[in-house]
Design a protein around this ligand. Structure first.
Ligand code: P61
Length: 462
């Protein structure tokens, strides 16, 4: 399903350019060999179009760059901190916030305050650093997203929604006392950039209230989520994005946010807390100082806080969001047109290609989506990322490779960075690969790190 918010030209013009270059085929082969067939280990200069992540890779506006010049680098009480505080209160309606160096910094400060060892943290679908911080605090993350999330061809408009009966069932079975908090990730990154509806969030809040459980939001792509609500949820079409965001966030007790996505900055993060959370704020401040920095900078330079204060407003602009989500949808549609199977509806920040289905001659043990990432780079200099069997790792009990139901390649589109011509080039690369995809060979690991193996593993062709 591709919605009518594209075609749409960029709602900006380009003032600064950064040259990129395509290495020769031979150069790409050498670079990939050196990187042990792991695109994470390529130098960025060896990459032509970089779709590894949308995190911290976007372009800032002239207004944000101007804000950088008004950075107040005082250790305590920087004016940019107060500007950011005003933006957070104005947009999310939360009077309390703490800056952190990025999303995982916010998780590291907040989660140990909420989790007792052995506690559960049910959510729609936790992102990997989030799950890691739940586990580091002694907790157990549980994914309770609706079943449609695992069906790539289902056109369900809100595949990030929590399965409410499953949530209630889980709380009843384990007992509310064993649950630290509920976490809603918007959009649902691991599930394909799929949104959570306002209606679902309201039902999650009712459950949280009934069992007296705190409710938090992992808010990295909060504006893209609100845009999908406006476009897809009945009754929301005439409401401003800001009103939707306000209502969504008023349902929760707080949020962690990686500002590197919808904050439109290259580094930064936030913890936001509702008025009822003053006690938690106090404790979080105490942890912030040794872990991140003093309470008025928490790991960010004054200039970075200023850029974020401005970015949080820019991301709310509807022509920006329509172009952003439309650009990703346009790429997805081009792939569908040439028969490449992808997650549908197309997500907000990325197109997820079903590598396992497209390279069906490869068994999942030979990491089809990783093999496709390798081929994509060799063919075109485009860097994508595997979100599948390598990322899933091994079962800690049995030591066996986990075989996740989905084995995907993520084409993650940075914000305001590439034009539709770049996206057309990416689609054309898939066209070329399609002609010879039966010949693509699987891979096996020659070096496998114990944790987060996807970052530094090495591979060889089977
Ligand atoms: C990404 F390969 N995401 O999608 P931080 N919550 C959510 C995220 O998407 C997220 C964080 C928290 C990344 C970067 C990334 O193994 C990887 O600011 C919904 O990155 O600390 C980050 O925010 C963490 C890519 C992270 C990875 C870890 O590309």
């Amino acid at each position: 399903m591709v919605e009518a918010y594209w075609p749409q030209a960029e709602p900006y013009r380009i003032k600064v350019v950064e040259p990129i270059q395509l290495l020769s085929r031979e150069g790409r082969e050498k670079a990939l060999e050196r990187a042990g067939l792991n695109p994470f280990l390529l130098k960025s200069d060896e990459v032509y179009i970089d779709l590894l992540t949308d995190s911290g890779t976007g372009a800032m506006s002239d207004n944000q760059w101007a804000g950088m010049m008004s950075g107040d680098e005082s250790y305590a009480g920087s004016r940019n901190y107060y500007n950011l505080a005003r933006a957070v209160e104005d947009i999310f309606g939360y009077p309390f916030f703490l800056p952190t160096h990025q999303g995982r910094g916010a998780e590291n400060v907040l989660f140990p305050l909420l989790i007792e060892p052995g506690n559960y943290v049910p959510g729609n679908m936790h992102f990997d650093t989030t799950r890691a911080h739940i586990e580091l605090a002694g907790g157990i993350g549980v994914n309770l997203v609706g079943e449609e999330a695992y069906d790539l061809s289902s056109e369900h408009p809100f595949k990030g929604d929590m399965d409410i009966p499953a949530l209630i069932d889980f709380i009843e079975k384990k007992g509310p006392n064993s649950i630290a908090f509920i976490l809603m990730t918007v959009t649902c990154n691991s599930g394909g950039g799929q949104p959570v509806s306002l209606g679902n969030m309201k039902r999650v809040q009712e459950v949280a209230r009934k069992y007296d459980l705190p409710l938090f939001i992992d808010a990295a792509r909060f504006a893209e989520n609100a845009f999908f609500i406006k476009k897809r949820e009945p009754g929301q079409e005439d409401r401003p994005i800001r009103t939707i965001i306000r209502e969504f966030f008023q349902l929760a007790d707080g949020f962690t946010l990686s500002a590197k996505k919808d904050g439109l900055v290259n580094i930064g993060g936030l913890i936001g807390l509702a008025r009822s959370q003053e006690e938690l704020l106090q404790k979080a401040r105490e942890r912030l100082v040794p872990l991140e920095g003093f309470i008025t900078y928490g790991g960010m330079a004054g200039r970075d806080m200023e850029a974020l204060a401005r970015g949080l407003y820019e991301v709310l602009e509807e022509d920006y969001l329509a172009h952003r989500v439309g650009q990703v949808a346009r790429l997805g549609q081009k792939l569908l047109d040439i028969g490449v199977p992808i997650q549908q509806p197309i997500g907000g920040h990325a197109v997820f290609v079903d590598g396992k289905t497209w390279l069906k001659h490869l068994p999942q043990e030979q990491f089809p989506s990783q093999a496709l990432c390798i081929e994509l780079y060799l063919e075109s200099g485009v860097r994508a990322v595997e979100v599948g069997t390598i990322l899933a790792g091994r079962d800690p009990q049995t030591g066996e490779n986990i075989m996740p139901p989905l084995d995907l390649l993520r084409l993650t589109v940075p914000r305001r960075t590439y034009t539709d011509n770049h996206m057309d080039y990416v689609a054309a690369a898939f066209g070329k690969i399609g002609e010879k995809r039966e010949k693509i060979r699987g891979v096996k690991m020659t070096y496998e790190p114990q944790i987060l193996r996807h970052f530094t593993a090495s591979f060889t062709r089977v």
